[in-house]
Design a protein around this ligand. Sequence first.
Ligand code: PLP
Ligand code: ZN
Length: 398
Amino acid sequence: MMKCISCGAEYSDDEIIYTCRQCDSILEVICQPKVSKDVFQCRKATMWKYKEFMPVDPSKIVSLDEGGTPFCKCDNLGKELGVELYVKVEGSNPTGSFKDRGMSVGITKALELGVDTVGCASTGNTSASLAAYAARAGLKCAVLLPAGKVALGKLAQAMFHGAQVISVRGNFDQALEAITALALEGQLYLLNSINPYRLEGQKSIGFEIVDELGWKSPDRIILPVGNAGNISAIWKGITEFHETGFIDDLPRMTGIQAEKAAPIARAVQNGQDDIIPVKNPETVATAIRIGAPVSAKKAIRAIYESDGLAETVSDQEILSAQKLLARTEGIGVEPASAASIAGLKKLINSGKIDKNEQIVCVVTGHVLKDPQVAIDACKDPVEVDADINALSKIIKSS
Ligand SMILES: *Cc1c(COP(=O)(O)O)cnc(C)c1O
Ligand SMILES: [Zn+2]
């Protein structure tokens, strides 16, 4: 069953519907399985380990073994910052971002509904992921991308997996509005995170974090926020495990946005329940270059309910955090992902996060998604003859 988060209107699972017919608000899937956590033992470490919590037909699952991503204790960086730090590395998913979790459930749902065409608007990773899962399921796929604003790795993936890639003159918010209109005409099944089934897959990030910590919640989970589906999804997952009795405590959800694309952080800092959209969002972190996040209400609710925080970071802070994580821990992430580390640093410096807290930063996408940013952050390699004296001189000089 799906339920409106504002007025509580209920909709059946076999309806294709994205927003409430009564009040136009967003929907969530209600999922209350009665299981013991013992059933998870000995299962393969993918997100389908928790399949009882995934509201789709188990005989139709389309999977590339997404989830089960590395959960790295980061003592080098943690000591430097004065917290106990874990990093959940979502770049290790099949197409290199957490979107794969959502698409696995979303495409499974598409098969269940019997649609033949799927689509999305995307800042890049949603389209890369959708293209791959649609290929695996044998579905037609159309993706709308904001022209000139998609990182190269993501664009290459969407095209290579055979999606029809359409470059739209405009930003992500405008592309999403356009594809939503097409979906409402019945021309395709929309797999942006306004589709509540996407979040059902992504909530498994929350499941994995508390499972990895021995059925305990960390003090805080920090992640970048763009369209705001993921923070909503992780909170949904954690609260489902809490309600089922698998964990006793809850984390503070902490969302980080780029300074010039920060409607949610502004709303939270002003104590409001909804956002004022940002007209021309801008940031080097293209994955979170979004001015009118569709899941804003869910995200703001998650932050308030969990006594969490929202913070903004500059592009400079994002890029230096990206480098810091790469150089102190060997974890390469794309700029948007580094917003979580940049936000952590800023919140520690301002005293809003206590020293010694146990923190999980979710890093959302792989460094190779945006190779240009990585290359631009470094000096060109020196070029020499393959002569050992010349080589040895250079190596010693560094
Ligand atoms: C999609 C994405 C985000 C933003 O997630 P939302 O659910 O839109 O808030 C952050 N980082 C990366 C790498 C992404 O692909
Ligand atoms: Zn409603």
